[in-house]
Design a protein around this ligand. Sequence first.
Ligand code: ADP
Length: 482
Amino acid sequence: DEIGGEYGVENGVVAGEEAGEVFGHQPLWAKGLEHVLAQLREAGHNLADVAAISGSGQQHGTVYLNSQAAAGLAKLDPARTLEEQVQAWLARPTSPIWQDSSTTRELGEVVDAIGRERFFELTGNAPFERFSGPQIRKVFRQQPEVYAATRHVALVSSFMASVLAGRLAPWDEGDASGTHLLDIATKKLHPELLAATAEDLESRLLPVAPAAAEAGKISPYFVERFGFSPECRVILFSGDNPCSLIGLGLLAPGQAALSLGTSDTLFACTAEPRRSWEGAVFASPDGIHYMSLLCKANGSLARERVRKECGFDWTEFAEALGRTPPGNDGAMMLPYFVPEITPKTIGPVVRLRGFAAEERDRYCRAVIEAQAMSLRIRSEYLGGIRAITATGGASANKAILQIFADVLDCPVSILETTNSAALGAALRACHSRRNAAGTKCSWYDVAKPFTEPLATVQPRSAAAYTEPLAQFREFEDEFTGA
Ligand code: ADP
């Protein structure tokens, strides 16, 4: 916001005119990139030492580049800012991003054209408005002149890699999994999905490439302006979810992460693409595995709500958890204060069973147990979890982690890093460059020093949840229409 105010950017985005429209602003991204590089230099880092760069872009967003983009990228002028030069390459000045939910109609049209089951089988994903394909269809349908002027559709990740490399960079397999255009089994764009999305889409895309591929050497622009070595390589960027898989060290099936933010996300590294109508699946940028993900909208949002209703701070909330037994003596709740994604609910669903909200200790335990049990019921989809790494605001709370460890019946660890997507991108750059330069190194060698647990909570009372889990499943099914 500090540098975006002039473009009408608030909280990093531009609100569109239609309900649900949320856009990103490419000249601002370009300005941000230069801002960060200048800060690195000012902080005393010698950018000439950087052997390779990769990056993590927010998944799903699409950038519409015109016929001047390829030539403009190839001859970036170091006398002018990126921000200024980028403007000439855009078929539309802003681009839809992951928060844009205005594509219900277009998503429906694509799914109808393909058939729901076939769509699910091909993409590995249930249909989601926010994915890239429906965004592209909306531009194609609503702005035919913009689509006609679009020579190339980039993702946020491939756009930023293109800028750094001074040439059009392909989509990587991880980010491409979030487009509804990739056949998850072959990791290639699928002609049926392309045809159902927009006319002549294939000619506007480069073939999808493995995340470890190079986009090229860094553009002379960055050599001149920031002192990079001309030998520095740009490795394909990937999406933020796939990058955080690497940054959290999830490199083998059975390893999972639990992100306890505003919403809660449980994701795991799996051996093969595992499909679920309730989850998303992406190719891992390690080139070998896949990533399966479950997201619950009512994460910290629900925990905060209960904490405030009880008049507790987080320490008192944790003490309340300590005063109540695993299973909560049969008290349970459904804590869907806002419409839930997993399980899908139409509106809010808040139900208490076997207690009243005035019983504050039981209320606190009930919200956490509900979140953990709801994930446990669905965790089979993640391929059998053996270890969890927790991140996000609530991972600071050991009493909360203990309940997740007990219900999910596996150890829950925390790491030192809080910026796992950026770390994952850096580790990918290192792994790709070292191997390309002939220094054979494994993912384990690269990631381990950065992903060692700081502390681990072991499961203590997993057996106490056998009966509560069965009861909770019935309770949830009863009120969420499953
Ligand atoms: P996001 O990135 O989704 O905005 P964060 O991962 O930064 O969210 O988490 C922020 C949330 O963390 C806050 O809303 C708050 O509810 C929660 N939080 C912070 N400290 C604690 C704590 N000690 N125990 C439980 N939750 C906490």
